[in-house]
Design a protein around this ligand. Structure first.
Ligand SMILES: [Fe+2]
Length: 413
């Protein structure tokens, strides 16, 4: 008997509960994999190869990298005799896992004309079939081992689904012919409530405990002190941002942190990313192409540096991630999810007692806990079912190409 057939038991008769579990994971797997393809579908092979800056990746790379992740961390360790689709792909599609071997330089991902889109589709089909067979036939003890890592693989792929949209938006923004990913796309409007609401001051548990998926960076749950503070019910709007601009926000050094001012000067920022002044009317480049800025919609594509300067101009501050989480748990926030990620003033640091997991998966979050800021909530590009109240997104303070906005907070109640 081969090692493969010892690990797999196609002949086994499974209990209804076990069958249900297998079906649940097969369905979840299909749903996530299909969503990636749904997002890539409007994009031509030429669209899918473009890399417009080092921080962004080509759509084709996202589709292949998420597939490599499953091959590397689910199939290879758990399916004896598994044959990799192409042994050159690990080098091309490993992102940053040093423990998983050498990898191609990130800024050069847009130079990889081959494998073609069709070959990447075949890679995806190969891995899909192997995962499906593994889920259908793995012995219960193997299933127990693979489900947690498969689950990380699915949430990982959802993160890349968001990046497919943010990265193609940046790429299309470089094109003078104004291409639209989806001509019908419009920036959603948020809540119109402009009030600030007090948080329950005192000691609160922050972070994930109990059941349900979470990334390692959401644990352990731990206590944080919330001082008397009020938080904005709603997101800052384009109209409010325009007031900041008209009041000289971008040219008043005293509003800006030192690094922020240096970045704003070097990059000649005078408005959010993708904004363009056309004869006195502001337009924004969006997934629907160039559109007039809707003053009632939440501001989007601002960096931490800009968000912090805006908060100082407004005489307020960005909430800490603990303040955000307590407010969200207390149902005080409108549009906490689904429009823009919200910058917090919290540096992306390990929670008290955090330890990165052993092995390559330990590289997923822990090694990035330096020089980045936490964002909370989720955005219009975040896939259904991905975000939660303890979710910690993180980006570098000058980054603007994600769907990032802000809400304000104010000390003293
Ligand atoms: Fe990744």
């Amino acid at each position: 008997m081969s090692r493969a057939s010892q690990a797999l038991r196609p002949e086994a008769v499974n209990s209804p509960a076990e069958e249900g579990l297998r079906r649940k994971w097969i369905d979840a797997f299909h749903a996530v994999r299909q969503e990636t393809e749904r997002r890539a579908a409007p994009l031509s092979p030429e669209d899918q190869i473009i890399q417009s800056m080092a921080d962004a990746s080509p759509t084709k790379w996202h589709r292949a990298h998420t597939t490599w992740f499953l091959e590397q961390f689910v199939l290879q360790p758990h399916v004896a005799g598994y044959e990799v689709f192409d042994d050159r792909f690990a080098f091309l599609f490993n992102s940053y896992y040093v423990a998983a071997g050498p990898r191609h330089a990130r800024p050069k991902r847009g130079l990889i004309a081959r494998p073609s889109n069709d070959e990447v589709a075949a890679f995806r089909a190969h891995v899909d079939a192997a995962i499906e067979r593994l889920l259908e036939t793995a012995a219960p003890d193997v299933l127990e081992k693979i489900v947690p890592i498969l689950e990380i693989g699915l949430h990982h792929e959802q993160q890349h689904q968001e990046l497919i949209l943010t990265d193609i938006l940046h790429a299309f923004s470089q094109n003078p012919t104004d291409p639209a990913y989806d001509p019908a796309w419009r920036m959603p409007r948020g809540s119109a409530r402009r009030d600030f609401v007090p948080l329950p001051a005192g000691v609160h548990f922050i972070g994930h405990k109990g059941e349900g998926f979470r990334f390692d960076n959401e644990e352990p749950a731990h206590r944080e002190l919330i001082e008397p503070v009020k938080i904005a019910r709603s997101l800052v709007t384009n109209g409010e941002w325009l007031e900041f601009m008209k009041d000289g926000g971008y040219s008043t050094a005293s509003l800006w942190l030192s690094d922020a001012w240096a970045a704003a000067q070097a990059e000649t920022w005078n408005a959010p990313a993708y904004w363009e002044d056309r004869n006195g009317q502001w337009f924004s480049f969006t997934l629907g192409g160039s559109q007039p800025v809707d003053l009632a919609a939440p501001v989007c594509h601002v960096s931490y540096y800009e968000a912090d300067a805006f908060a100082r101009w407004a005489g307020k501050h960005l909430p800490t991630e603990s303040e955000w989480e307590v407010a969200a748990r207390s149902n005080l926030l409108d549009d906490a999810y689904g429009i823009v990620w919200q910058w917090t003033r919290s540096a992306y640091l390990p929670y008290a007692g955090y330890r990165a997991p052993d092995g390559a998966i330990g590289e997923y979050n822990g090694k990035f806990m330096i020089n980045q800021m936490v964002l909370r909530g989720s955005s219009l590009a975040t896939p259904e079912g991905h975000a939660r109240v303890t979710y910690r997104n993180f980006f570098y303070p000058p980054h603007r190409w994600q769907f990032t906005g802000l809400r304000l907070a104010e000390y003293g109640v």
